[in-house]
Design a binder for this molecule. Structure first.
Ligand code: SAM
Length: 239
């Protein structure tokens, strides 16, 4: 199987993304630690500190997967809805929630591009390492804007393009050679990890993605690069 390297029709991308996350769900949390040397935990902590959830907030954690962001948000006492297109990822998340005593979370299957939540419902919308897998990113951003109330905030944590000199070459070599090998060793699946790396390379750079967020209607947009932009937090307000 070869995928991710060529432009594929919409339905095929949807199916590929679906099978990737169904394949990786069981080993997803282990692989995150292995691939990032545990750093994803620090990025997620930092992201949630930026969101500053309050106990009275209604928050939608889109592409919430196995719950890493939702569990951190829930510590504030906020009401969290975890939405994801993939039932296998949600199932792992619900199991983890039960083990950790997060009984109040709402888990729901949803495509970020077309949500069934009412307009102006949420105080904050978070999406971590999810948006680059969405086929129609402008549609997902519009939906984020629609379901947020006025004064609501949008937050995205995603891989981007580091501007640290020399670092991107090292990272490219690491990610293209080592990550599929790790995928093969730990999850018995190199292709899914090849797709994930390729989707990072294809994702728009920080200024381009910030512009897309503004085009969806958000204002006061900001970008906070982490490790020169290897990872970035984009945010914006709905007014
Ligand atoms: N947010 C979690 C985290 O940070 O650990 C999970 C991130 S995981 C890399 C990406 C998630 O995006 C997967 O669970 C996948 O099913 C989900 N996803 C992909 N396309 C989606 C879409 N169109 N709508 C909703 N979720 C989607």
């Amino acid at each position: 199987v070869s995928f991710g390297y060529e432009d594929v029709p919409r339905d095929e991308k949807v199916a590929r993304v679906g099978s990737v996350f169904t394949n990786v769900a069981a080993k997803y949390d282990l692989m995150n630690d292995a691939m990032s040397g545990g750093m994803h935990r620090l990025w997620k902590d930092r992201f949630v500190r930026r969101v500053k959830p309050r106990a009275s907030d209604q928050i939608l954690d889109m592409a919430g997967g196995t719950g890493d962001i939702a569990f951190r948000l829930a510590e504030s006492g906020a009401s969290i809805t975890v939405a994801d297109i993939n039932p296998a990822m949600l199932e792992v998340g619900m199991k983890r929630a039960a083990e950790r005593g997060f009984d109040e979370l709402v888990w729901t299957e949803a495509n970020a591009e077309s949500l069934t939540f009412p307009d102006k419902f949420f105080d904050a919308y978070t999406i971590a390492f999810g948006i680059r897998n969405v086929t129609d990113i402008p549609a997902a951003l519009k939906e984020a804007h629609r379901v947020l109330r006025r004064g609501g905030r949008f937050f995205c944590l995603e891989f981007s393009t580091t501007v640290w000199p020399g670092f991107s070459e090292v990272y490219d070599a690491y990610s293209h050679k080592l990550v599929p090998k790790l995928g093969q060793m730990l999850a018995g699946d190199a292709d899914s990890y090849r797709y994930l790396i390729e989707s990072i390379r294809r994702f728009p750079d920080m200024p381009t993605f910030e512009r897309m967020i503004r085009e969806a209607g958000f204002v006061e947009t900001k970008v906070e690069p982490i490790m020169g932009g290897l990872v970035a937090i984009h945010s914006g307000w709905k007014i």
